[in-house]
Design a protein around this ligand. Structure first.
Ligand code: KIV
Length: 295
């Protein structure tokens, strides 16, 4: 069933959790939709988990649009959100609207996400004014992590927690349709969630949020290195993938793959004719005629 932007608010009113997961290509989005996930986020975490880059700040808008378009083909019914990458919205409202528009026009996204409160609140208003749904993102903001001393838990003092609540209310007033809360104490996330009319979606923010989001590769055990402590890993597909590929490599080396039924056959008549033609050709080559031309 299709999940649309108004369904986000409905879920909050009905106190039914929103299920969000990241996905970055056709097969991952297809699996997510088949599993009944409501919202697929084409996160800029693709920089780390798909492209092997150290920072999310290195991924470009062009790359994100390609990934989002592939995800849309895999998931035609889920709500698809494109994550605006670093410096595609920070400098001006015009940049923000243009790049948000690319996610919608070129990739078929239903919404976009951007990081931050404060000066970013007006970007949310500008994008919303262009008719595009925006999801906010507060707490740990990977795009500006360097400014805050790295990937650290946020809102751990009462002043910072109040500032986060003010940012969340400002994003809501500016028209954000949902707000991702990343790596903040559970009590703070629950208090913010209670005071908002739009849903919150937590990642490392406890069970008091209106929904949860995790990175695809973390859920499935496909990531490089240990996942953050808030991740619950539901499968060990990294190990399974490695084992399967090692098995394939051994079969090729030992000539166990391919078996007869894994190849194509030719009819007996055609094979006999081929062998005759081949014999004639080999004979003429031996007699010195130019290769490829029967004598
Ligand atoms: O890029 C991403 O994957 C995200 C989620 C962690 C919310 O922003």
């Amino acid at each position: 069933m299709t999940f649309s932007v108004p369904d986000l608010a409905k879920r909050k009113q009905q106190r039914q959790p929103i299920v969000m997961v990241t996905a970055y290509d056709y097969p991952s989005a297809r699996f997510a939709e088949q599993a009944g996930v409501d919202v697929i986020l084409v996160g800029d975490s693709a920089a780390n988990v798909v492209l092997g880059l150290e920072r999310t700040t290195s991924i470009t808008m062009d790359t994100m649009v390609v990934l989002a378009a592939a995800a849309r083909r895999g998931a035609p019914r889920a709500l698809l959100a494109g994550d605006l990458p670093f410096m595609t919205y920070q400098a001006s409202d015009a940049d923000a609207v243009r790049n948000a528009g690319r996610f919608v026009a070129e990739a078929g996204c239903d919404a976009v996400k951007l990081e931050g409160g404060g000066a970013m609140v007006r970007r949310v208003k500008a994008i919303g004014g262009a008719g595009i749904a925006v999801i906010g993102h507060l707490g740990l903001l990977p795009q500006s992590a360097a400014r805050f001393g790295g990937m650290r838990v946020q809102a751990r003092t009462h002043e910072r927690a109040i500032a986060l609540l003010d940012d969340a209310l400002a994003l809501q007033d500016a028209g954000a349709v949902a707000i991702v809360l990343e790596a903040i104490p559970s009590e703070i996330a629950a208090a913010v969630t209670e005071r908002l009319s739009v849903p919150t979606v937590g990642i490392g923010a406890g069970s008091g949020c209106d929904g949860q989001v995790l990175v695809f590769h973390d859920v499935l055990g496909l990531g490089a290195g240990a996942p953050p402590s808030f991740v619950r890993q539901y499968a060990a597909l990294g190990e399974a993938t490695r084992d399967a590929l090692a098995h394939y490599a051994a079969d090729v080396r030992e000539r166990r793959f391919p078996a007869e039924q894994e190849g194509y056959r030719i009819s007996a008549d055609e094979l006999a004719a081929f062998e005759q033609a081949l014999a004639a050709r080999d004979a003429s080559t031996r007699a010195g005629a130019p290769a490829g031309r029967p004598a």
